[in-house]
Design a protein around this ligand. Sequence first.
Ligand SMILES: NC(=O)c1ccc[n+]([C@@H]2O[C@H](COP(=O)([O-])OP(=O)(O)OC[C@H]3O[C@@H](n4cnc5c(N)ncnc54)[C@H](O)[C@@H]3O)[C@@H](O)[C@H]2O)c1
Length: 338
Amino acid sequence: MKETVNLAVIGAGRIGRLHASHLAHRIAGARLVALADVRRQAAEQCAADLGVSKVFQDYRKVLDDPEVQAVVICSSTDTHARIISEAASAGKQIFCEKPIAQDLRQIDDALESVAEAGVKLQIGFNRRFDPNFRRIWELIREGKIGEPHLLRITSRDPAPPPMEYLRVSGGIFLDMMIHDFDMARYIVGQEVQELYAAGGVRIDPEIGKAGDVDTAVVTLKFSGGCFGTIDNSRKAVYGYDQRLEVFGSKGMADTENNTPNRARLITEEGFREDLPLYFFMERYTESYLNEMNAFIRCIRENADPLVTGADARAPVVMGKAAGLSLEQNRPVALSEVS
Ligand SMILES: NC(=O)c1ccc[n+]([C@@H]2O[C@H](COP(=O)([O-])OP(=O)(O)OC[C@H]3O[C@@H](n4cnc5c(N)ncnc54)[C@H](O)[C@@H]3O)[C@@H](O)[C@H]2O)c1
């Protein structure tokens, strides 16, 4: 086991602040030494909150800093591929938030830089590290449900993001369902060969005017014979709805929504429980901690990252195939867009 890993976080927005606070306080073997954000004030505020002394506006200063061994890239998606390539050339170990890019060539260029430099790259598909989903993954690998026949993923947000975000998000398949595409591959352990997408605007006509849909269902055909469905909505009035079921030859494994507590009220009128945890920051806290622990462990133990560059690319291919399928109203083979 090597000594403590010195890290810098690039991008001190929503997710950057979360990873920074975990690295500063909750991850053994990690030391947060620097923060960078084009909005210098955001980096300064985060650094002051966490007691970090080095603050930069230009992320290149982080890459030039010999004290920094690893970077955690949490800037906007359009910057990821470039920063990955430069960080790899600078010899830094890399954690990058999903997705690397919306463009496959940019992803391939970034992955090539990583391979050439021989550094580690882990991608922020945090849901793989959620204890419920991870347990289902284990049950399948232990053979408990036999051969997987059907997968069902429900993934609904409590409210749509602001329109300015939606206009540059890449659309529901690349922005939101990308997590479910990753989960589908991860849980079943097979690649998706073909998919068919249906979708429409059921929540906000402005989303339609921006060229996107807010409600979608995708059916999946896996290479090993499993079939799957994913449904997404941008607005579930009862909060974040994250459920998964795998049905196989020997049984079924599923997981329900996480709620803030397990208390239940039962009266003559019926049963009552609290609503699900509101959104991803509340629901997936443990997964964010677990994924960062895994990243630090893979550096300290010189092991392979648990979410690889190939894992980063495949869901983007699926997102593009889903976009094409919706546009042309037909099943699309992934080989058509990869
Ligand atoms: N895994 C997850 O669950 C999850 C959740 C949220 C966001 N994300 C991803 O994380 C990334 C950031 O999302 P967010 O919601 O935190 O966005 P955000 O807008 O809140 O934060 C992004 C930050 O990056 C900064 N930034 C932009 N360009 C930069 C540059 N060149 N150098 C340094 N800083 C720069 C911005 O000033 C901003 O502070 C996105 O790629 C998003 O897809 C992942």
